[in-house]
Ligand binder design. Structure first.
Ligand code: FAD
Length: 418
């Protein structure tokens, strides 16, 4: 990195010996402008500032407060890292991110609930997938056990499985809102500036000299902003709504998180049980395709260009046989109703059928990228850009868990271009 900086012109070479000095200072503009103060944008800013205290880093956040989108509306699960293909960025950063997030929580008095996770199978077909999942986790270096049905009762008496199950002791839960808040405080204490109610717009905010580098970490808007810079042209975004229902833990005293074997045709984990940091038991999230990217309720945030993009993305999903779109609609839409969500989750925890008094939680929306040319939902994180801009596309789950090392990876990339 430093070798590259020394060779940079026209900056005086002395700049390379200490921290990178602020060229932006001289222009009264930031060195790095980050779009979006979600967990990804904040993690990038933190890493940039920790590595180079002289940098001027600004974050534009279009909302008036933190965590109004995915980073504040997720399940709060610190994933262990066993779902992802070993050569993926997700596998590379999830396991490390789990450890990094634990340290951040410990340093800031945020409780991490070390509950562990159980993945159960519903039938013989899923037994094979379970084993494949276990093997993948082992390839990723994740601590896991594949145990026999008889051992399930000791770990989670309320769950059931067809034959074997996976035990993941390093899966945990923390409060996503608390995490994003301490990250923002850290960025500000390092000299970063978060400007709320400030929506980035390429025409007004980018003339090529407004900042040395722009980082697009805008979540559900990332493909759109990338396209305005000439990147990500073959992609579109399909929003998938994640609905949850919850009851106090006293009504369903689960000890562990309980998950199904994921459907290999979808990049989602399936409706599961989590125990929130505040002690509620949640079922969800669904993966209901939506037309609008910020449509958290039926009447909210209708947007014509969102609709066009979603329809374009959904119709492209009909290409090839990577996904089963009619099957997805058939499986997901009924889950708007509590009865269907309970019916599906009762295959993992039969006692759920007798529990009443479920309440709705505020839903989240996954900003899922699709390759329009192939009709395939993109499974890994994707980063595109050049020396002037970097675009974080498809920061889907486990983006929250992986954010700190993933943020460093992006920050290193940005620094190499300054
Ligand atoms: C239902 C659900 C459950 C999930 N569960 C988990 C989980 O348990 N564990 C896990 O690891 N991951 C989970 N995830 C994934 C995780 O939440 C995301 O990967 C992560 O939050 C992505 O962070 P982000 O910063 O990219 O996006 P966001 O949090 O969406 O942040 C992007 C920010 O950019 C801002 N923005 C957008 N456009 C502009 C603009 N033009 N100008 C300025 N600002 C702009 C937005 O307002 C927003 O604040 C889940 C996601 C969902 C939806």
């Amino acid at each position: 990195m430093f070798r590259k900086l020394v060779s940079l012109k026209p900056y005086p070479s002395r700049w390379a010996y200490t921290n990178i000095q602020s060229f932006g200072d001289r222009l009264k503009t930031p060195d790095v402008l980050i779009i979006g103060a979600g967990i990804v944008g904040l993690s990038i800013a933190k890493s940039l500032l920790e590595q180079n205290s002289g940098l001027q880093v600004k974050i534009f956040e279009k909302e008036s407060s933190l965590g109004l989108h995915a980073s504040g509306r997720n399940s709060g699960v610190l994933h262990a890292g066993f779902y992802y293909s070993p050569d993926s960025l997700k596998a590379r950063f999830c396991k490390e991110g789990n450890l990094a997030l634990r340290s951040l929580c410990a340093e800031n008095d945020i409780e991490v609930h070390n509950l562990g996770k159980i993945v159960v199978s519903k039938n013989e077909g899923e037994d094979q997938l379970l084993e494949q999942l276990f093997n993948r986790g082992i390839s990723n270096g994740v601590k896991l056990e594949l145990l026999e049905k008889e051992q399930l009762f000791d770990l989670e008496p309320l769950a059931k499985t067809h034959s074997r199950f996976i035990w993941s002791p390093t899966t945990a839960v923390a409060d996503p809102q608390a995490v994003i808040k301490v990250l923002a405080n850290r960025v500000e204490s390092l000299g970063g500036e978060i400007i709320f109610d400030r929506s980035f717009n390429i025409k007004e905010d980018y003339s090529g000299k407004d900042s040395r580098h722009v980082v697009n970490a805008s979540g559900s808007q990332a493909d759109r902003i990338a396209k305005s810079f000439g990147f990500g042209n073959q992609f579109s975004m399909i929003p998938f709504m994640g609905l949850y229902r919850y009851v106090p833990k006293s009504k369903l005293p689960l000890k562990r998180l309980v998950y199904p074997v994921p459907n290999p045709q979808n990049p989602f984990l399936g409706v599961h049980f989590t125990i929130s940091a505040s002690g509620s038991v949640k079922i969800g999230p669904t993966a209901i395709p939506l037309l609008n990217r910020e449509q958290y309720s039926l009447l909210e945030n209708w947007n014509l260009s969102d609709i066009k993009e979603s329809v374009r993305g959904l119709t492209s999903m009909l290409k090839g046989n990577a996904h089963d779109l009619p099957g997805l609609f058939k499986a997901e839409f009924p889950k708007f109703f509590e009865s269907q969500l309970i019916k599906e989750s009762s295959q993992l925890v039969p006692n759920v059928s007798g529990v009443t008094g479920w309440k709705k939680m505020r839903p989240g929306i996954r900003a899922q990228l699709i390759d329009i040319n192939t009709g395939q939902l993109v499974s890994d994180f994707l980063v595109e850009g050049d020396k002037c801009s970097t675009h974080v596309l498809n920061a889907v789950s486990p983006g929250w868990t992986a954010a700190l090392p993933f943020g460093k990876y992006i920050a290193d990339r940005v620094i190499s271009h300054l």
